[in-house]
Write a protein that binds this ligand. Structure first.
Ligand code: ADP
Length: 484
């Protein structure tokens, strides 16, 4: 099958979150299963670094019309990487910028035009490079592709056989813009209705994808249920409920070539379920990196790696910072994004320099060190479509403490000390006291070294490689193709 991915992020070219990990890894796995995959990305400033010499153009100039003018986009042939063909949509005035979406968590004011152009350019590019059986589009930035195909391009004979799959990685990010975006992006005004792309008087990219894609997926079964409810649907629950029969939950896999303590190049030492010894050196290395060298060997270390955003649940953590700091525990946090949460962690570390430490930045190598060097990993998320760090943690023998929502619910099984089963600690209520009680359960379990190692190994034995999920996606592509 021929599959074209369109997304705003993919490792190693451009990443702000889990989306990039998925678009970086899933195509390779599909190639291993015998499919042909191309990946389209915007040609951001940071993606340029991956092109040696002058870019090679597969298409010199596509004309992308707007209401009062045309823009022109080239298509850079970024070549084959592990069997996956990559193309970059090149429109320097829109994409050759420092950030993907805007400076410091803010949005560029022309994001509708940027990603509107991206979507249309991908469609136009495939007309010259080969129309796929399936367009697999990701999140709001690529969600106009199904909408264009079913409206503006509906009569195009070249595109008639192409089906579409939208994956929602996070329903809270929707790409909602003023009504006249409809006209600016040359959609007919009849899409600007409640049953199509209008959402509370905004032109909503994600809703366009939800309404017009053949099949929808999201990144865990639990989140697929949750987004059909008002609590998690971010006001799109109605539109999603209407498509319930076409909505699937497929858990993200993990790229174990990058995330495996037996081979991870970022670590001070390697270890495996059979021989855990190396984890001690990783722990010492981590404490050194955070300036917490004086933490006793017997004191458990809790790690956090996170986009500091409201989603991630630090509001309930904020209410129990003093209780945690008073316990026999060290906590290291790596994260950036929202200044409010950055300052919350800074202030907490400032008050308790002996056992709380934070680094405010994006640091791939340090993220690996936190996964390997911590004893526990904390994700108290308000909601979590899939979550990757808890799955990495399992592999690293770092026991997750999570809130039972979305992918956290689907991937972590509560530890049962009597039976010796389970992989972590899970609490239900979005409540500081529930969180504290769960942390206390974990700290208590940590006292029994033998049982704790059993718990570590339970997690390390779980297989979250991409093989299983990739096969599920193939079934979804086949289903989408049958709909045509
Ligand atoms: P989300 O996509 O909502 O941010 P995920 O858990 O799905 O959350 O994916 C987050 C990804 O980003 C993981 O690969 C994680 O390691 C990485 N990450 C997040 N913050 C940082 C940071 N400050 N430094 C390095 N990596 C980070």
């Amino acid at each position: 099958m021929q599959i074209a991915f369109a997304a705003s992020e993919a490792t190693p070219f451009a990443k702000t979150g889990g989306l990039a990990d998925v678009v970086g890894a899933l195509p390779r796995e599909l190639v291993k299963l015998g499919h042909q995959v191309t990946v389209f990305l915007p040609f951001y400033a940071r993606a340029r670094r991956f092109i040696q010499g002058d870019p090679k153009y597969a298409i010199g100039s596509l004309t992308i019309p707007f209401r009062y003018y045309n823009r022109f986009a080239g298509v850079v042939d970024a070549g084959l990487r592990e069997g996956v063909q990559h193309y970059f949509i090149d429109c320097p005035e829109l994409f050759d910028r420092k950030d993907l979406y805007g400076p410091g968590g803010a949005e560029y004011t022309d994001n509708a035009e940027r990603f509107g152009l991206f979507c249309r350019a991908v469609v136009e590019a495939t007309k010259q490079l080969g129309v796929p059986s399936v367009f697999h589009v990701h999140d709001w930035q690529a969600a106009l592709i199904p909408a264009y195909l079913k409206t503006v391009y509906a009569a195009d004979p070249d595109l008639r056989s192409a089906s579409t799959v939208l994956t929602i990685h996070n329903a809270a990010y929707q790409g909602a813009f003023p009504p006249n975006t409809t006209e600016q992006l040359l959609f007919p005004w009849d899409v600007f209705t409640m049953d199509k792309m209008e959402q509370y008087d905004r032109f909503n990219f994600l809703k366009g994808g939800i309404v017009f894609s053949d099949v929808l997926t999201t990144v865990s079964k639990k989140y697929a249920e949750e987004i059909q409810t008002p609590e998690f649907g971010e006001q799109l629950d109605g539109a999603l409920l209407k498509r319930a029969a076409d909505l699937r939950g497929i858990l993200n896999g993990v790229d174990y070539a990058l995330w495996d303590p037996a081979i991870d190049g970022h670590l001070a030492a390697h270890y495996t379920p059979k021989d855990l010894e190396g984890k001690r050196a990783c722990r010492a290395d981590l404490l050194h990196a955070f300036g917490l060298e004086n933490v006793a060997e017997t004191t458990p270390v809790i790690g956090i790696v996170s986009r500091f955003a409201r989603q991630k649940g630090f509001d309930i953590l904020a209410e129990i910072t003093e209780e945690i700091a008073d316990r026999d525990v060290a906590l290291v946090a790596l994260g950036t994004h929202d200044p409010y949460y950055e300052n919350l962690f800074r202030a907490w570390a400032f008050r308790h320099p002996a056992n709380i430490a934070v680094q405010i930045r994006y640091d791939e190598a340090l993220a690996h060190k936190v996964e390997a060097g911590s004893d526990m990993f904390l994700m108290p998320s308000r909601y979590e479509p899939c979550g990757l760090n808890q799955i990495y943690s399992l592999k690293y023998g770092t026991v997750p403490i999570v809130r039972a929502t979305g992918g956290l619910e689907d991937t972590i099984e509560e530890w049962d000390a009597r039976k010796g089963t389970g992989t972590g600690f899970k609490f239900a209520g979005y409540d500081p006291m529930d969180l504290l009680a769960e942390i206390d359960r974990a700290l208590e379990a940590f006292q029994n070294r033998k049982a704790w190692e059993r718990l570590m190994r339970n997690g390390m034995a779980r297989d979250h490689s991409w093989r299983g999920p990739a096969k599920e996606y193939v079934r979804v592509y086949e289903e989408a193709a049958r709909r045509k």
